[in-house]
Structures are given as C-alpha cells and as structure tokens.
Design a protein around this ligand. Sequence first.
Ligand code: ADP
Length: 166
Amino acid sequence: MSEIRVIRGDITTFDGDAIVNAANTTLMGGGGVDGAIHRAAGPALYAACEKFGGCPTGEARLTSGFNLPAKYIIHTPGPIWNGGNYDEDMLLANSYRNSLELAEEYHCRTVAFPSISTGVYGFPIDRAAKIAITTIREFLQMANYIETVTMVCFDPTTEQAYKNAL
Ligand code: ADP
C-alpha cells in the first residue's frame, strides 16, 4: 500500500530515495528550490546536469543526489503559468508523472516533491495542488516500488493547499 503525505519543510534535508527538483529547461540551476538543491548537493551536480543539454517542460532527468541525504535528484521543469490556455495543466501533470516514472525505474521507495511551478513560475496554488495530488494518486495505483510520496511544502499556505487537495 502506498501513501501520499504533506509536510512542511526544506526538501534538501529529505532523507529518502529521491527528491524532485522544480528545475528550469536549462537544468543549470536557478532560484528558489532549484538554487537550494544545487547549493546543498554541491558543484558536482552542475557537471552532471550539463551533460543533459537541457530538458523540455514536463519531462524529467535523473542524477545522483551528491552531497544530499537523498540518493537521487529528479529534475523536471514545470510550466510557467501563462493564464491557463497554454497546456499548463497538462504540462504540470506531465512533470509529476514523468518524475514518478523515473523514480519507479530506479526502484525508489520514498520520493519527495516540492510544489512545482507555484513559486516564480506563478501557477495558482490550489489548481496546482489538485493536479499534483490527482496525478500522484493515479500513478500510485500502478506503482510497484514507490511506497511513500511526500509533498514538502516550504510555507503554511502551500502546505494548506496540498492538505486540502489530499
Ligand atoms: P517554480 O519556478 O517551479 O515556481 P520555485 O522554486 O520558485 O519553482 O518555487 C516552487 C516552490 O518551492 C515554492 O512553493 C517555494 O516556496 C518552494 N521552495 C523554495 N525552496 C524550497 C526548499 N528548500 N524546499 C522545499 N520547497 C522550497
């Protein structure tokens, strides 16, 4: 039986199999959670990400966790909110689904997500939370390895949105 949990915290401290990074399409680091993950993982992460030559929105790429407690980092560029008529919902669901597929491929049992696209990318939080929880729940019905998916929320408003969606 698998479960979804919602907690408040800093995803860089997550001690599990994989954390997901809300990256940008260059995969070369940025602000927000991306910057925090790169700082905590160390410079070797840049070198590993450089080899991908970027990543399209909604897809995902896996690296080692380097200096993080997590074994792997799964990098996915979520969509930039542009009013809702530019496939934002579908692209956000793709980010969650493709990240979970990689986690399964690497036999991860515990996976943590940040709130993808709801920071600088401006995706409305309640709408993003519903898409995230629906997509994760659907995926877990067919997962063989993943036991727990933890939504790691950085602030109380984000935490409440995911708790409501759950
Ligand atoms: P995006 O560009 O996809 O919107 P951001 O990094 O700007 O990504 O924000 C995504 C979410 O990650 C926001 O809710 C932000 O507050 C949160 N966040 C920032 N730092 C951390 C962290 N260390 N751990 C977990 N979440 C974080």
